[in-house]
Design a protein around this ligand. Structure first.
Ligand SMILES: Cc1cc2nc3c(=O)[nH]c(=O)nc-3n(C[C@H](O)[C@H](O)[C@H](O)COP(=O)(O)OP(=O)(O)OC[C@H]3O[C@@H](n4cnc5c(N)ncnc54)[C@H](O)[C@@H]3O)c2cc1C
Length: 462
């Protein structure tokens, strides 16, 4: 896809659309918007605009569409697949000045937000209401970025992903139109679900300028447990058994022994270095959760669990999960000489143990540094593989291994990305995963964005 560099006249036109403090072509600002948290190559935009209103976004899009200028949305830049990297340059729209919570309607379990609202800030604001917005991708992600990537996290096994919480959207289209879709009713059978096209579209169909998000009641009580297993297969079997049990875990995370060794080193956990499940339950009373933990222990022990450490109450849950939540960053900090490829795939539960075995078989013979961490309850696995920064051959090997494993996940009936999105890294698997449906996705793209100005170079293979 070819776009011409922005002329001075066009930069001047764009600058005139917002106040002077909300337009920049400064080098350091362009650098800050050139890279997300992945190992994908950085690419600077030509200008950054911080819109404050929906109509400003619509005007910029209309101008960009008329003059064939790429436009890429930017939330917090915390993506892990190169999703917001403006590979065709052009304009980045940074939503950090659109972070107002417009309305909280407690009785309707809803909040209207601007796209730049960080989800933890929304939850802080909701605390006194006893409601919350459950998807939790860990980083300080924005609602706009979460909608665009259909983000999820550790609690998805109980609460679902971002898609399940989007009730209504207002999006700006390249034509300059502001399109409202969805409803504030908690259910609807009316017409096509346009919302479901926009969620997960990574800013390639339209730009979200407002969203109504569904909220749920805060759990009254928490509990958690760490369970250690003699093998990955025994741990994977327990995932299935716990899901079948009706105990409804709120988090069901499987970590490989190498993750436990790192967490022991950094947080002095003193856990057995073995495949380990981190489990969380939400409930109404501690006595109910105490019974749940007893049943969970029985289920784990029946699968060969060697050590089961339960914790009751919110403080205990926080203590148990603290190291789990910090793991991604621990891995990065412990390997400053390496680039980390964060592979994200998901498979049906029946394919989960086979996928984990294939991962071991692929990485072990090469002696590659790797960490397996997975949202096991959803069959969603991340394999973080390290390659030395100054060793292109090792990095090529890392990519080859990742490629084979993604194809394995697809062959098992799974997906090339469970939660990080397609971005740059997963484009090459779109044909293998979607077959003839990919042509229909292209038609939909052309319908909303006929000139291809929205986040060009993403989702679709070359
Ligand atoms: C330590 C760490 C842990 C993580 N853990 C998880 C996890 O457990 N689960 C998970 O799902 N993700 C995880 N992520 C990835 C990341 O946080 C999510 O993908 C998140 O949704 C990105 O949000 P963002 O605001 O940073 O968006 P950005 O990265 O800025 O952008 C994401 C995409 O959204 C588009 N976009 C941004 N704003 C808009 C808008 N208003 N309208 C249309 N498109 C827009 C961008 O163009 C881009 O395509 C993790 C990241 C890190 C760094």
């Amino acid at each position: 896809m070819k776009f011409n560099p922005l002329s001075n006249a066009k930069l001047k036109d764009l600058a005139s659309m917002v106040s002077s403090d909300r337009f920049s072509t400064g080098e350091s600002i362009l650098d800050l918007h050139a890279k997300d948290q992945s190992a994908h190559t950085a690419c600077r935009p030509e200008a950054v605009i911080w819109p404050e209103t929906a109509s400003e976004v619509a005007s910029v899009l209309k101008y960009a569409n008329q003059h064939n200028i790429p436009v890429t949305g930017w939330g917090s830049g915390s993506s892990l697949e190169g999703n917001p990297i403006p590979v065709c340059r052009g304009i980045v729209l940074d939503f950090s000045r659109m972070r107002r919570i417009l309305a909280i309607r407690e009785e309707d379990f809803q909040a209207d937000v601007q796209p730049g609202v960080v989800y933890q800030d929304l939850n802080d604001k909701l605390r006194h209401t006893g409601l919350f917005f459950p998807p939790d991708p860990g980083a300080r992600a924005t609602i706009g970025g979460m909608i665009a990537n259909n983000a999820s996290g550790t609690r998805t096994v109980l609460y679902g992903c971002t898609r399940d919480y989007v009730m209504r959207l207002v999006v700006a289209l390249p034509s300059g139109e502001l399109l409202e879709m969805g409803t504030r009713a908690s259910k609807s059978s009316s017409g096509y679900s346009l919302i479901n096209l926009f969620v997960g579209s990574e800013g390639t169909l339209g730009i979200v300028v407002e969203a109504t998000m569904r909220l749920v009641g805060f759990p009254a009580e928490y509990s958690a447990a760490v369970a250690t297993f003699p093998s990955v297969q025994a741990a994977a079997g327990t995932v299935y058994a716990l899901k079948r049990s009706g105990l409804n875990p709120a988090a069901l995370e499987l970590l490989g022994p190498e993750c436990i060794a790192l967490m022991n080193q950094e947080e002095k956990l003193g856990l057995d270095v073995a495949p380990t499940l981190f489990i969380e339950f939400h409930g109404t009373t501690t006595s109910q959760l105490s019974e749940v933990l007893d049943t969970a222990r029985d289920i784990c022990e029946a699968q060969g669990c060697r050590d089961f450490r339960p914790g009751l109450g919110r403080a205990e849950r926080d203590r148990i999960f603290k190291a789990r939540h910090a793991l991604g960053e621990m891995i990065q900090h412990n390997h400053p000489e390496h680039k980390i490829l964060i592979m994200d795939v998901a498979v049906p539960i029946t394919g989960y143990a086979e996928l984990l075995a294939a991962m071991q078989a692929e990485v072990s013979p090469h002696g590659l540094i790797h960490y397996t961490l997975s949202h096991a309850g959803n069959g969603n696995v991340h394999l973080n593989i390290a390659g030395k920064k100054d060793d292109p051959e090792e990095w090529a090997l890392v990519q080859k291994v990742s490629e084979r494993l993604v194809m394995k996940a697809i062959a098992l009936g799974g997906t090339a990305t469970g939660e990080h999105g397609v971005g740059l890294g997963k484009r090459k698997y779109m044909t293998a995963q979607h077959g003839a449906s990919l042509a229909w996705m292209r038609r939909i793209k052309n319908l909303f964005d006929p000139n291809g100005i929205l986040n060009p170079g993403k989702i679709f293979p070359e």
